[in-house]
Design a protein around this ligand. Structure first.
Ligand code: MRU
Length: 314
């Protein structure tokens, strides 16, 4: 059983160090500087977990910094990564409680944590219902990308929450997990979660994902999201778009599982989403490289966005 991805001990943030996975190693974060560093290096990652990290970061700011420095610290945390809207949303939620004092800020941050747990379980059930309706009441062969599991949230997960809910109903035959270059969230993290659940799975390299779909080896694709624009365009880990194209071509569902906090009405379309560009050194040992961490799947390729409250067909 995996520990909670991120939590508050009463004095510090404790989290699973995602850079060490599949080795499970815990890390403590006590300062805003350490949190910004952890977010930047993907020690904590995944949109919902980043939302909780952002909210708890405001708690650290209030407890460790002079009052005059809290606002700038909040801005720094929110800007540590640009694409997952949950980070800035989490900061904003806790920041709005500042007038109530440190206890109010802590209560707001813990509410972000607790709401994520509830949201993931609801998404799992709703997504399982949807896929059963779309694909039939039989064990399904599913395909996912990156890690949208317990280790990207507080627990349970969004896309893997759907897989877990289906598995609990005896309705998962097999999962294909893309390796997810360059940081290997699929082979290091998703595979670990699936193994822990006893779910049959195979890792494939990212380039094989669309071909696996074209060969008829999966019944549906289910992924998470970092930001869903107002029109329904979906930003998620680089490589997601190729799966969506392949799913459309094959005529199988492409389902996005994400909490309402990932839906961003302030961003009109996918073209307005800032895609994080990371260090080329993550990709090559010296050759020039582009390293966009996310891509945008246009809404017409999305069968449905499943949140804790609704099933939205953009
Ligand atoms: O760079 P990462 O590992 O933070 O990217 C994570 C993803 O792209 C996830 O699919 C997304 O955040 C949803 S997690 C429930």
């Amino acid at each position: 059983m995996l520990p909670r991805t991120i939590d508050w001990t009463g004095a510090e943030i404790v989290l699973v160090d995602q850079t060490a996975l599949p080795t499970v190693r815990m890390a403590s974060v006590r300062t805003v500087d350490a949190l910004v560093d952890a977010v930047s290096r993907l020690v904590v990652r995944g949109a919902p977990a980043l939302g909780v990290a952002g909210a708890l970061g405001v708690v650290l700011a209030v407890r460790t910094l002079p009052p005059g420095e809290v606002a700038a610290a909040c801005d720094r945390i929110a800007a540590a990564r640009p694409t997952a809207v949950n980070l800035a949303v989490g900061v904003a939620r806790a920041r709005a409680a500042l007038p109530g004092g440190p206890e109010a800020v802590l209560a707001a941050a813990l509410a972000v944590r607790d709401e994520d747990v509830a949201a993931c379980h609801a998404i799992g059930e709703r997504g399982a219902d949807l896929l059963t309706g779309l694909c039939g009441d039989r064990p399904l062969r599913l395909h996912t990308h990156c890690n949208a599991g317990a280790l990207a949230c507080v627990e349970w997960g969004t896309a893997l929450g759907v897989v877990r809910s289906l598995h609990a109903r005896g309705r998962v035959a097999h999962v294909v997990a893309d390796e997810t270059r360059p940081l290997l969230q699929g082979s290091r993290i998703t595979a670990l979660e699936l193994a822990a659940e006893g779910i049959e799975h195979h890792v494939v390299v990212d380039g094989a994902g669309p071909a696996v779909i074209a060969r008829g080896l999966v019944d549906a694709v289910v992924v998470g999201a970092d930001r869903v624009a107002a029109n329904g365009d979906v930003a998620n880990k680089i490589g997601t778009y190729g799966l969506a194209l392949a799913a459309a071509r094959a005529g199988i569902p492409f389902v996005v599982a994400a909490p309402e906090s990932t839906l961003d009405p302030a961003t009109p379309t996918g073209a307005d989403i800032v895609v994080e560009e990371r260090d080329p050194a993550e990709v090559t040992g010296g050759a020039p490289a582009w390293n966009p961490a996310f891509d945008v799947t246009p809404r017409d390729l999305v069968t449905a966005v499943v949140t804790e409250r609704r099933t939205w067909r953009p």
